[in-house]
Design a protein around this ligand. Sequence first.
Ligand code: C2E
Ligand code: MG
Ligand code: MG
Length: 671
Amino acid sequence: MILAQAVFKIRNRKIYVTELLSWGVLNESKDIISGEDYENILSSYIGPHVAKEFSKLVDGEEEQIHFNATINKKSGEIMLLSVFGYQVISEDGVEVFGIISDDKEANNQLMMALKELSDIKYALDQSVILAITNRQGKIIHANNRFSEISGYSNEELIGNTHQLINSGYHSRDFFKKMWQTIGRGGVWNGEIRNRAKDGSFYWVDTTIVPVKNEKGKPVQYIAMRHDITDKKENQEKIRMMAFYDHLTGLKNRRKFDENLIKKIEYAEKNAEKFGIMFVDLDGFKYVNDTLGHIIGDELLIAVARRLEEIVGKNGVVARLSGDEFAILIDFITAPRDMQHYAESIITNFKEPFAIEGYQLSTTASIGISTYPEAGSDAPTMMKHADLAMYRVKGLSKNDYRFFDREMRISNQRAFQIKNDLRIGLDNNQFYLVYQPKVAPDKEIVTSYEALIRWEHPKFRRVSPGEFIPLAEELGMINEIGDWVLENVCRQLRSWKTKGYDLLPVSINLSSSQFLQADFVDKFWAVLHTYQVEPAWIQIEITESLFIDNEKYVQQILKIMKENGIKIALDDFGTGYSSLAYLQKLDLDILKIDRSLISGISNLSTKRKIATTIVQLGKSMGMEVVAEGIETKEELDILRSHGIDEIQGYYYSKPLAITEMSEVLKTGKPGK
Ligand code: C2E
Ligand code: MG
Ligand code: MG
């Protein structure tokens, strides 16, 4: 039996036979039919009822139709036809596609296939990019959307294969599989990246439905696509986010790890050497804190670009976190080759970074580990580069160092300290000492500072300078801070009960402690518990607290002050003091850092700076305290400039409770 089948399109009420597969149905040359009024053609060749059904599509009453019809052939034979039509709305108006065939099965399959599309309506609405090809893949119909998205005119598309828009993205295998599926008569669905005429790429979700002949062999393919470029771009972004650092565009830690693991496998197989470097910026926090995150971010981007430039094609640069970068150098002949890269970085960084009008100088601390010397697996190599970097940080900074065995030991200390903080807190290994502050003219103690101490079972005395930053890193500083406040208050209560005349004691607050949402409540609750008067307590904060939180901090400070707590700004002069803050903040006490004091007796510029700060602070109505006075000369200089209080070994080291009790009794520093 000859299959009777016709595929046609109706546009502007005219019928176009796009391909006449077999002329059994209409029994006429397609050229005679094409361009004629569809109603006439369909009525006269098949029957008025068929024309009427198609009118529903043309008039937009229906979106698709599917029905059976009979036709009386000249031979007297009655033929049962399956009719399928659907409507596509484009800017030019309604286009209607029709398939009429006597192969009910084939038509059903087509229907089913279309139904399989999750949303037929969606697939058939105006967003559909439609193409019909012949068996050889030549395009015999393309709708406007196809022209629009591809940039090719209808004329350019017709007669061409999809090779025209092939982007080269997919493998041959990909298309081979597609052809296998549709060649067998199956429906294929997949996502394809195509290239438009202007060279740009677009993604389409594609469903190809074969139209089959009587033997079930596909003779045409209907490809329905819709634009998923946005979705793909988003996916790409997500992919980028998973493996790339959004700020600098460098690879992230995950991607770096992945590269490193592959590199190790390769190097092992080929007996090659390579190296990695951890590059940590020195004083980056300082830039962030003083100039803000935007400038900080710009600096990180600039650093990323320079590192990429230095490494070039010889390796990979990644940003691991904050101001920490990692570099993998693909191939070295000996560990010393890494030295070349490290030195290039250090030299290169001597040139300041020009960012938004600032000339920012930053240096880098670099730790290096080489394969196979520093480890034969990724975590070990990473750990060792990190260790070497930390060693540089702990020493001179602005330098590089290779991992060596001895490093492991010192890092074990930081590791163990972090580990032991909790046990230390639970087992009462912490205690407080108190360092008097002295009014130098009368040489009497006017206040004192509470300083935490830790008696570690193994390391003996661990200085707060060492463990406070580690506690901050661990997020344990709040607990430690709570412990300090509570113990100071308990001590005050105890002294008070014993009849001592109390002097104000200052307590150091870490920024994160101060920024806890319930800080103020907790603070007053403790004072209340021990019946401590606000006048007995001062708090010491540092400038880093104001960065990014200025308004909030100001508010909290206001509450504290209104309730009678004096506020001291600690460590003033440690590199990035801003007079702007001083003016804005209504602070009571200014503590000049030891680094600004030591040497004032010998260095006249230093003396000038220190004494100017004293005067400035006083002119702003603050009490000014000098920290770390060790010599009579230092004392005399500051005294002559009207310093209010002196804190330093010259008068007194931090004291244990019994000694401090004595000081409270006599009012004398004991010197
Ligand atoms: P800071 O608040 O600036 O404390 C002053 C530091 O200078 C203390 O060191 C003190 O012992 C030391 N010092 C005082 N006079 C002299 C001197 O004449 N010469 C020398 N060389 N040093 C002197 P310490 O106790 O080791 O504390 C270091 C830092 O640890 C403190 O600096 C403070 O930032 C932090 N810290 C100490 N206790 C606490 C605490 O309870 N909580 C918090 N958050 N931080 C604390
Ligand atoms: Mg302090
Ligand atoms: Mg200080």
